[in-house]
Unconditional design. Structure first.
Length: 101
């Protein structure tokens, strides 16, 4: 896992094992650092080797690219999602389970 803390958006890159056992490299975008700081995130929020549970809104073309919807650390701490995504619907149109696979 790599956590890029930079403008214009912070990016999480990680490897995910899919349902067929293949490892897929994902790029997951968040907000800019100043917005995340206001929500309680920091450059040190995510580190290589961390076990996280993340829910994303994938892009519609099926590529392994997404926006963060919800993120929970191994200790159960939930990092508030940008733009009020947690418990809400980004753009007012789709929930993650409604997103194309």
């Amino acid at each position: 896992m790599s956590w890029f803390w930079a403008n214009p958006h912070c990016v999480l890159q990680l490897d995910v094992t899919d349902e067929t056992g293949q490892v897929v490299h994902w790029g997951i975008e968040s907000e800019n650092p100043s917005t995340l700081i206001k929500l309680g995130w920091s450059r040190e929020s995510l580190k290589p080797g961390d076990q996280i549970t993340i829910t994303v809104v994938p892009v519609k073309n099926g590529k392994p690219i997404a926006r963060i919807w919800d993120l929970v650390l191994a200790d159960g701490q939930r990092l508030p999602a940008p733009h009020g995504f947690a418990g809400g619907v980004p753009g007012g149109t789709q929930k993650p389970e409604d997103s194309p696979k």
